[in-house]
Design a protein around this ligand. Structure first.
Ligand code: PLP
Length: 511
């Protein structure tokens, strides 16, 4: 291997420390959960609806998991329905109740900071005639109870309010919200996805009518959720088919996932026992962030907040660049909900609490977990400090919307398409692109100008990111990476792509 290639491979394969600070997006599957799931897959493959021994064994495992999930939230097993995810739980309640109350009652009141699984379902229902009112929240995302009380009327059949917000960590006074709603004859759906495993949950005390949960937020598997239904509350199945889950959720149960959820829920007390340590780490991290960058602004409330969540704005710094820089150093943080991270919009939660778009785009969420160490936080702070104090190189991030026709035609722009030839043939490059495969880029360095704005693109935006950093480390002054790559660009600019794809493309020839 020649020196330049060796050096290039070393750069790409450089072992990085991995620091995961995005526990509100998802969590790792715990060893206990993995083992239980593996045992279920191997030994307990019967259908829980079958009457023979293997089926009965599966049914027993299902009921044990149900009892464990119920116990973790202060409910009884009969009140818990397993679903495919919390998104499904939320959809089921919203759509089923809309139908149930139609045409007598047509209004749903929701907070403007709900998760997309609520928000986008509400948009869908709105397009079909439901009225949706959003109750105001304060600068930290707390519901204005007086305003909510005024909004509730005889047409309101449901109030949707999450127990803890996924971006800010804000914990709502759900007991008071339930009281107001019930007083006006409305039911309450509480999205408790972020709360489970982070704060104690006692559903009877909160007096909500429905609550949704997801296993993957508490070290369980992805693809399984739960729905709590208070006895006597109306609910119709969303999926029709078999009689599973008391006829409320058809489809053969995903037993290994459900068992995994049960084991994760069984460990909730242990998780809660660690929340003090996490809170101390979080507070230490926040104090240090303020020292490193005194202008940073915390958006989460000081009290009534999840112990693991920090939402912080760094005026003057784009969150995309911050995240990309941290990602390069093996650190995972996010700009908001993972479900909307591919959208090129500022977080709806941050705009709802009054942050201008610009500040929302300068905000990141750091969410700690029980496996976060003090060393992880120190490493994160060190990398961030170097960046904020101008002691680290950085690559700019371009969205597919920013890379418009004008930029493509700009003489200053030099587009470098690093996709392998097979992909370049299937999806022709953007106009004026220079093509060179990423795996051999070290052979083309002499051909890449240093006085232009280099925009590196690949199919999905990941390999180009590595190459952009490589060029930056090699001294190119202006280097950007196209987020979401050509695939994302085609989606955004379909008509333009058909018109200009492959025009004036230059295949670089090795030195
Ligand atoms: N609600 C909240 C508050 C969430 O944070 C999430 C996950 O990000 C969901 C709902 C959706 O959960 P699931 O991934 O199980 O559909």
């Amino acid at each position: 291997m020649e020196i330049s290639q060796l050096e290039f491979m070393k750069h790409l394969l450089r072992r990085k420390r991995r620091v995961y600070l995005d526990h509100n997006a998802t969590t790792s599957v715990s060893r206990g959960v993995r083992r239980a799931m593996d045992r279920t897959l191997r030994n307990c493959y019967g259908n829980p609806s079958s009457l023979y021994a293997l089926g009965r064994q599966a049914a027993a495992a299902l009921e044990l998991a149900r009892a464990r999930v119920a116990a973790a939230v202060g409910a009884t097993p009969e009140e818990i329905i397993f679903t495919g995810c919390a998104t499904e739980s939320n959809n089921t309640v919203l759509k089923s109740l809309t139908e149930h109350f139609y045409p007598k009652k047509k209004q749903i009141i929701a907070t403007p900071i709900e998760h997309p699984s609520i928000h986008n379902t509400l948009h869908y229902l709105e397009s079909r005639g439901t009225t949706v009112a959003y109750c105001p929240v304060d600068r930290q995302g707390r519901v204005d109870l007086q305003a909510l009380d005024k909004q509730l009327d005889r047409k309101t059949f449901l109030v949707c309010c999450m127990l803890a917000n996924n971006e800010l960590g804000t914990i709502q006074d759900l007991r008071a919200i339930s009281e107001l709603a019930h007083h006006r004859g409305a039911l309450v759906l509480a999205d408790c996805v972020q709360a489970l495993g982070k704060i104690p949950i006692d559903l009877p005390a909160l007096d909500v009518d429905y609550a949704s949960f997801s296993a993957h937020k508490l070290h369980g598997p992805k693809g399984v959720g739960a729905l709590y239904v208070k006895p006597g509350s109306p609910l119709k199945p969303w999926l029709h088919g078999g009689h599973q889950e008391e006829g409320l959720r058809a489809g053969t149960e995903s037993l290994h996932n459900i068992v995994g959820f049960g084991v994760a829920a069984h460990g909730v007390d242990r998780l809660l026992g660690r929340s003090r340590r996490i809170l101390a780490l979080k507070q230490g991290c926040m104090a240090r962030l303020k020292q490193i960058h005194p202008k940073c602004v915390f958006n989460s409330p000081q009290h009534d907040c999840l112990p693991n969540t920090i939402n912080v704005t760094f005026p003057g710094y784009s969150n995309r660049e911050l995240m990309a820089m941290l990602d390069y150093h093996g650190i995972a943080v996010s700009a908001g909900s993972a479900c909307s991270s591919s959208e090129d919009k500022p977080s709806h939660v941050l705009t709802a609490i009054g942050l201008p778009d610009e500040q929302a785009r300068q905000t990141i969420r750091i969410s700690l977990g029980h496996d976060t160490s003090a060393g992880d936080i120190r490493y994160f702070l060190r990398r961030l400090r170097k960046f904020l104090h101008g002691q680290a190189v950085h690559v700019s991030m371009l969205t597919v919307a920013e890379l418009d026709k004008q930029m493509l035609d700009d003489e200053e722009t030099w587009l470098l398409d690093v996709r392998p030839r097979s992909l370049r043939q299937r999806f022709p490059s953007l106009p004026h692109a220079h093509e060179a495969p990423w795996s051999e880029i070290h052979n083309y360095l002499d051909l890449i100008p240093r006085d232009k704005h280099i925009i590196v693109v690949c199919q999905g935006g990941y390999l180009s990111f590595m190459i952009a950093w490589y060029l930056k480390a090699k001294g190119w002054p202006r280097v950007s990476n196209l987020l979401s790559g050509i695939a994302g660009w085609i989606k955004q600019h379909k008509a333009m792509y058909q018109e200009v794809a492959g025009k004036n493309v230059q295949v670089l020839t090795k030195k």
